[in-house]
Design a binder for this molecule. Structure first.
Ligand code: APR
Length: 236
């Protein structure tokens, strides 16, 4: 790592929120085993049946409100506080548990449940608890309200900021993600090419675990605080 204070890019997936009670997607019983992602997580599915899609995200928004951040979310907030300006936290998750666990400036590359988006004018506002297809946009009044979530086939948010951080990283850490969905699944290769060390923290090695210099296996609420405490101890 360059200098005493490493530049760290962290990518989290559904596994970091699993112990907070929010479902993952591809584990046994995961969301994509209960719903057809083509119906609830694509622009085409939304065009076909917006009420079904709103119901899907209304249920996840309610689930999220009833959840609490776990020790992994809190440890990552501690890390950012110990390394001001040196940690870039990117999440694929649409929940706000990183923020409720104390993290700031989280990059939500797949959007977030607590924001609504106007499909017509691009206006964003805090999402109400329940959204319906008829909600008018507060800015342009068009009935084109949608969840501010990036669906399959859409461009994830803030990719330029993410790639800039990967190019400068000394360490890339993937936490609780199966490495199934691009572009996030490609970040480990981007980081390696830029000279970063790579670490995976996961309940079980993901499909791409061979791409990492090191893999630590265990629940995020255990392995993430352990790793964060090691990094902070090395600084003192
Ligand atoms: N601690 C750590 N890791 C865990 C835990 C846990 N308690 N429980 C599950 N995991 C790991 C699984 O081993 C798996 O690698 O979390 C990962 C969950 O994988 P997915 O369900 O595929 O979730 P994710 O990788 O975040 O999916 C990426 O796919 O469907 C899209 O947009 C959606 O953001 C999502 C993206």
């Amino acid at each position: 790592m360059a200098g005493a204070t490493p530049r760290i890019v962290i990518l989290t997936g559904a596994g970091v929120s699993a112990e907070s009670g929010l479902g993952t997607f591809r584990d046994v019983g995961g969301l994509w085993t209960q719903y057809d992602l083509n119906e609830v997580a694509t622009p085409e599915g939304f065009a076909r049946n917006p009420a079904l899609v709103h119901d899907f995200y209304n249920a996840r928004r309610a689930n999220c409100r009833g959840a609490a951040p776990n020790a992994a979310h809190e440890a990552l907030a501690r890390l950012s506080a110990a390394l001001p300006g040196q940690v870039t936290l990117v999440t694929q998750n649409v929940d706000d548990l990183h923020e409720r666990g104390g993290s700031r400036d989280v990059i939500h590359m797949h959007g977030r449940l607590d924001t609504a988006l106007c499909g017509s004018c691009g206006h964003r506002w805090p999402a109400p608890e329940m959204m319906t297809p008829d909600d008018p946009c507060p800015a342009c009044h068009a009935p084109e309200t949608r969840p501010d979530v990036v669906w399959f086939g859409e461009m994830p948010y803030r990719m330029d900021a993410i790639y800039r951080a990967l190019l400068r990283a000394d360490l890339f850490v993937a936490i609780g993600t199966s490495g199934n969905v691009y572009p996030a699944a490609g970040f480990v290769a981007e980081a390696r090419e830029a000279g970063a060390r790579t670490l995976e923290l996961n309940l079980e090695p993901c499909d791409r675990h061979g791409a990492f210099d090191e893999t630590r296996q265990g629940p995020a609420s255990v392995v993430v605080p352990e790793w964060v405490d090691e990094v902070i101890a090395r600084l003192t």
